[in-house]
Design a protein around this ligand. Structure first.
Ligand code: 3EB
Length: 326
């Protein structure tokens, strides 16, 4: 497992997620700026409208010196242990082609740089529910991802945690974190693993783990949790009811944390704690206040950031991803 200097310390008030607590001089691997946060360099925009919450940015800090580079439409940062990659391109035409191109480049980059183990991927694509049946853009995305993985000899069941959300700005943005050593996948006992979804959800099944666990240098474990929605077994639960979906997603996360605690024999992983945080995506901006309030009832002090984003199935109205550390 990767020994990464990734931890988190939340500040009070408008909070920033800081993913490192190493004592020596810290440099940012990535700064995701969401809301009204202080300008920092380098800063990365995920291209989604921030709707509120107390989490205004995520600062992914590294304990050893960070080097930066960029090319046409992509940038990277890395230290001794981790490589972060950001790629952006116009999202035109068949997403299968754009996605296959992005993933081929991503895999080639992490391999040649010596960080071959993917730990976490975010996919923000345009008009994710556009097109019908197996031509729906999310399903074409799955085809392109699957094609690149197969070419690279990567098995679906060994893929890392991921998020796939639709934006409204005609750009495909991919962010990835990779390491020198592998993470450990955690699956959710309430959910069929994504790569085993039946073909009613698309000819090519999605390829992602429900969570990826990464060993921290100080013996703790970080859990990078995938976008988690109201999916039970493989079916959407509570279509049309955003608050019931919220409760179901929370139940899914509780089951996932319990599974991680048991798989990794770390009881502290079983519940979110002082070093956890979540990004919440809602399909309709007007749902955010009620979703936010409901999540606050479940998790009184978990730092939250809300975003306007389309979920990959049309009947899903919200999704939650999280960082957890224990
Ligand atoms: C689901 O459980 C919801 O295709 O990478 C969540 C996280 C979802 C990642 C992906 C899809 C992806 O199937 C959708």
């Amino acid at each position: 497992m990767a020994h990464a200097h990734l931890t988190k310390a939340a500040e009070s008030g408008k909070r920033a997620l800081v993913l490192s607590r190493a004592s020596h001089s810290q440099q940012a691997l990535v700064n995701f700026i969401f809301g009204p946060a202080q300008a920092v360099w380098p800063s990365t925009d995920i291209g989604l409208k921030w709707l509120g919450g107390d989490l205004v940015c995520e600062r992914w800090m590294a304990a050893s010196p960070v080097r930066f580079g960029h090319g046409d439409g992509w940038s990277w940062s890395r230290n001794d242990e981790l490589l972060a990659v950001a790629m952006v391109a116009p999202d035109e035409g068949d997403p299968a082609e754009t996605t296959a191109r992005f993933y081929r480049e991503l895999i080639a980059t992490v391999r040649s740089a010596g960080y071959p183990h993917l730990l976490r991927i975010w996919n923000y694509l345009s008009d994710i529910n556009g097109g019908d049946g197996d031509n729906e853009r999310y399903r074409r995305f799955c085809v392109g991802r699957g094609q690149a993985l197969a070419e690279a000899g990567l098995e679906d069941a060994r893929m890392c945690a991921a998020t796939a959300i639709g934006n409204h700005d005609d750009r495909f943005r991919l962010f990835a974190l990779a390491g020198r050593t592998p993470g450990q996948s955690v699956e959710n006992p309430r959910q069929v693993s994504a790569w085993n979804y039946p073909p009613i959800y698309g000819a090519r099944s999605p390829a992602f783990a429900r969570a990826t666990a990464v060993s921290l240098q100080d013996q703790r474990t970080a859990l990078l949790i995938s976008g988690t929605a109201s999916v039970v077994g493989h079916a959407t639960a509570h279509p049309g009811d955003v608050l019931a979906q919220t409760d179901e997603a929370v139940s899914n996360l509780a089951a996932l944390l319990a599974e991680a605690a048991s798989d990794l024999r770390q009881p502290g992983l079983a519940r979110f704690g002082s070093e956890s945080a979540a990004r919440v995506y809602v399909r309709h901006a007007e749902d955010w206040p009620a979703v936010h309030e409901r999540l606050r009832e479940h998790w009184p002090s978990l730092p939250l950031a809300g975003f306007l984003g389309d979920i990959c199935r049309r009947d899903l109205l919200m999704e939650i991803e999280a960082w957890h550390c224990a």
